[in-house]
Ligand binder design. Sequence first.
Ligand code: CTP
Ligand code: MG
Length: 229
Amino acid sequence: MAYEVIIPAAGQGKRMGLGKNKLFLELDHLPVFIHTLIVFENDPNCNGIWLVVSSDDKKQMNELVKKYAITKVTALIEGGSERQHSVYHAVKEIPDDTIVLVHDAARPFIQTDQIARLTKVAEEIGAAVLAVPIKDTVKKVDGDLVVETVERSSLWAIQTPQAFRISILKDAHEKAVVDTYIGTDDASLVERLGQAVHIVEGNYDNIKLTTPEDLYFAEAIVAKRRTKN
Ligand code: CTP
Ligand code: MG
């Protein structure tokens, strides 16, 4: 199933603490965001990549896109102050009648088979997200007092990509603008419309590089894949 993908890359990587965008960090000799782009470059179902970049990083990211021969970048879109604004800037540009994926540049370990399963569900239902069952016990806490243990079987950790019919994602973002609502992911904007969002079980390797410890896990995933290939 053919799709377009929006890749928000316009953050600052503050929690990684490098003093620059974490997406320039090299993993296995390639910048993090180039790993992410290569997955979509090599997926025959991906028709176009809408890469959202900050004005500070635009020149350098564009040079790296060229250096690594990524040909599917349809447009470099200017980022916004929040991730949601960055995504919305791209949503406005996507042509009608397509499936659109939103995938964080900071998740370089996404794999094509997961994308294919997700896209299929989004085409049938309208909205779908990759997710994995939570492994930890989760408790609700007030101050330092446990209020309740949340039943774990109903808890899933939500990842990207998240996939939508573009008309649904456009409506959801437009409604969020009207309501000045900021959600932590795109699906939450769609849920507010009363639209069903389905989960598709993903993979624990699809981590987001957020804090410095995530880099140990990233190196381990790279090493595991190297021995498999
Ligand atoms: N992002 C974006 N525009 C923003 C903020 C984030 O395009 N205004 C992108 C990031 O580049 C990243 C993805 O959204 O690929 C997920 O965001 P996150 O992991 O929070 O990255 P940062 O915002 O860069 O990190 P931090 O929150 O630690 O500053
Ligand atoms: Mg952020």
